[in-house]
Design a protein around this ligand. Structure first.
Ligand code: EPZ
Length: 422
């Protein structure tokens, strides 16, 4: 039996939605507990599939954990296996985040190559090149990365900004012998959350939040992991604001960090929506006229690629032509064909999509292909006439906690459907 999501025309939303902890902050922080000598406590951890997959991987290695009501207690002191197997890694490429900490602590490990995914080949060459520069010997055999060696500090220059690559090297450098300098580091808030947690736990780190991070390694001394709270999920927040925008409704987000999504808020304003921020709340108000938008995705603090699909859905309702250029991934337009099945008028040319609006959308069966594309289909389903069925809905549950409940609380009409096996 697999599940799909029925979405019925929900032209107006209202009310409040509480934003969960960030999946992409929780994953590296959970991996970093491999560096700890004590039981680590993480709070505001989202209960989503990707987090549970990583916890399954760590328990496979011998870690023990208790995960209840978004509080995670995890003890990695009894890890007795350093092989991250294909069966688990193939379901979530972010499993690569265990490579750096496992190698730094055990000086040897095997991690299945993550393989590509719907949005692109997603190589890890930059992760491996950096670890080699820190003294690791890396061999690829049978689809596995075999890494060996006692890591030492090094000057690492990333030819491309890589979020998990930066996170992997920060964690590896924390236990290495000597100082590591990362140049052209990723500056995402999730990287900052990881750095601050390690710094609070005694790791000497400078340049947090900048593109040059300096880490003084402990030469193998495990860290005394201090309790850490996961930052709010800026992409989940952007997705619910997009739900307000596409239905031209007033909704309020709570438990959100507005300065983590400045570029996204500016784009909403440029489309004519009013945005109000105060303390940890954001309210979006209807636009008198939804204006077209021009988007170039970029590394933080630029416009996030993880919000590109959602804005494409909104752009189908704008008065005019919007242009969206995807600069980070080679194939992140999988949602275009699906949006066109609902009636959208979109033309792609390589990495650029032109969206012609406003186009009335009509419900249909559509296929989710990756986490953020599937959220764009949900948004479009809200304003499509009639019923939309989003298939392969497991993609959504990888990164959106309590999605159906949160949307229903905003007045959306949706329910989970079960379908007999084909
Ligand atoms: C992180 O992926 C996020 N995932 C992604 O979110 C996000 O889309 C991406 O960063 C960009 O912001 C997590 O944090 C778990 P990258 P990551 O390494 O680290 C190329 C979601 O929806 N590259 O920054 O894998 C790569 O192909 C996910 O939650 C190399 O060429 O992305 C891409 O074109 C989807 N070699 C670019 O760099 C490498 O060794 C950016 O990738 C590594 C990356």
């Amino acid at each position: 039996m697999y599940k799909y999501l029925h979405i019925y025309h929900s032209p107006k939303l209202s009310g409040e939605v509480k934003i969960s902890g960030a999946k992409n902050a929780a994953l590296p922080l959970i991996a970093s507990t491999i560096l700890a000598k004590n039981e680590a406590l993480l709070s505001n951890v989202p209960n989503v599939a990707d987090v549970n997959t990583l916890l399954k991987l760590l328990s496979n290695l011998g870690a023990e954990f208790e995960f209840k009501k978004n509080i995670l207690k995890i003890d990695t002191s009894n890890i007795n296996n350093t092989t991250a197997v294909y069966e688990i890694v193939k379901t979530m490429r972010a499993s690569i985040l265990v490579l750096g900490p496992l190698l730094a602590r055990f000086h040897e490990c095997k991690v299945s190559l993550p393989g590509g995914c719907a949005i692109g080949t997603r190589p890890v060459d930059l992760h491996l090149k950096a670890l080699k520069e820190m003294g690791a010997s890396i061999a690829i055999e049978g689809g596995y990365i075999h890494a060996k060696g006692k890591l030492k500090g090094a000057d690492i220059i990333f030819d491309k900004v890589t979020v998990t690559g930066t996170e992997n090297i920060i964690m590896a450098a924390a236990l290495a012998k000597g100082t590591t300098r990362i140049i052209n580091a990723a500056k995402e808030p999730e990287v900052v959350n990881l750095c601050e947690a390690l710094k609070n736990s005694g790791v000497e780190i400078e340049g947090i939040g900048s593109d040059e991070i300096v880490i003084k390694g402990s030469d193998g001394e495990l860290i005394d992991f201090k309790a850490t709270s996961i930052i709010p999920d800026r992409i989940e927040a952007g997705t619910y604001l997009a739900a307000g925008a596409i239905t031209n409704s007033e909704i309020t987000l709570t438990n959100v960090e507005s300065n983590h999504l400045e570029s996204v808020l500016l784009k909403f304003k440029s489309m004519g929506f009013e945005i109000k921020t105060q303390n940890n709340q954001i309210t979006i108000l209807p636009a008198k006229e939804i204006k077209p938008v021009n988007i170039l995705t970029a590394e933080y603090p630029g416009f996030p690629t993880d919000m590109q699909a959602q804005f494409m859905a909104i752009a189908t309702q704008a008065n005019g032509v919007s242009t969206i250029e995807e600069r980070l991934f080679e194939n992140r337009f999988m949602h275009v064909q699906e949006l066109k099945r609902l009636g959208a008028n979109i033309k792609t040319n390589g990495k650029t999509a032109n969206v012609y609006g406003p186009t009335p959308l009509t419900g249909a069966d559509v296929m989710a292909t990756d986490l953020r594309a599937s959220s764009a289909l949900v948004l479009a389903g809200l304003i499509a006439k009639g019923e939309t069925k989003v298939h392969r809905i497991y993609h959504l549950f990888r990164g959106y906690e309590n999605l159906i409940e949160k949307f229903k609380n905003l007045g959306a009409k949706m329910k989970l459907g079960l379908e007999p096996l084909p």
